[in-house]
Design a protein around this ligand. Structure first.
Ligand SMILES: C[S@@+](CC[C@H](N)C(=O)[O-])C[C@H]1O[C@@H](n2cnc3c(N)ncnc32)[C@H](O)[C@@H]1O
Length: 195
């Protein structure tokens, strides 16, 4: 997962924006729902927030308050610094956060929790709760007939092939797993928080 996203940094936002490799993807209503999700993130009360696995900063820029983004990939962080000049960015491991207990008011994470297998998921949640009292998770909503947890094969524009673990979520089940509630759900997306 780490190596795949590092290699994908410069083309990562194409997925959000439906460009290039993703231009022919059949996702009716995707742009409208993505914009709606962005508005939900903008409307979260402003807090001292850590965005874990922030990637290119695509969603980081929607967060209000004093924002720090963390990612393991310097290639992702280079893009994030260009896109979100007013946030602070730190290279580090989401499973061993380089911050003091309670350093933030909220930990936000989009499209990262969904890539964690059980052992790492437990580590991540423990780290998240150590550094912030509030947790907000964004991911994909489970579609009818879709497998909720699986290994996907992904191809980059240079032709390289990668295997990535991915979960998609029933909104209520995600909220229950986090011990919290659903903040927003649409056909493609889910955002849940804890507590
Ligand atoms: C699917 S991207 C999500 C990026 C961004 N949050 C978004 O929603 O657009 C997953 C990100 O997780 C980062 N990542 C993977 N493993 C990590 C780890 N152990 N610690 C920190 N970041 C990690 C990758 O570099 C990548 O930027």
């Amino acid at each position: 997962m780490k190596a795949y996203y590092h290699a994908r940094a410069r083309e990562y936002d194409d997925w959000w924006l439906g460009r290039n490799l993703y231009a022919d993807k059949d996702r009716p209503g995707w742009d409208e729902e993505r914009a709606e999700l962005e508005r939900w993130i903008e409307d979260l009360p402003a807090r001292r927030t850590l965005d874990v696995a922030c990637g290119t900063g695509f969603m980081t820029r929607r967060l209000g308050g004093v924002v720090t983004g963390l990612d393991q990939s310097d290639a992702m962080l280079d893009v994030a610094r260009e896109q979100v000049p007013d946030a602070t960015f730190v290279q580090g491991d989401a499973l061993e956060l380089p911050f003091d207990d309670g350093a933030f008011e909220r930990l936000f994470s989009s499209y990262f929790y969904c890539h964690l297998e059980e052992v790492d998921r437990v580590r991540f949640l423990s780290e998240a709760r150590r550094v912030a009292p509030e947790l907000v998770i964004v991911g994909s909503r489970l579609q009818p007939d879709e497998q909720a947890a699986r290994w996907d094969e992904r191809v980059l524009s240079d032709g390289t092939r990668w295997r990535v673990f991915k979960r998609v979520f029933d909104p209520e089940a995600l909220a229950q797993e986090l011990g919290g509630r659903v903040l927003h759900e649409s056909h493609y997306f889910v955002m849940a928080c804890s507590p």
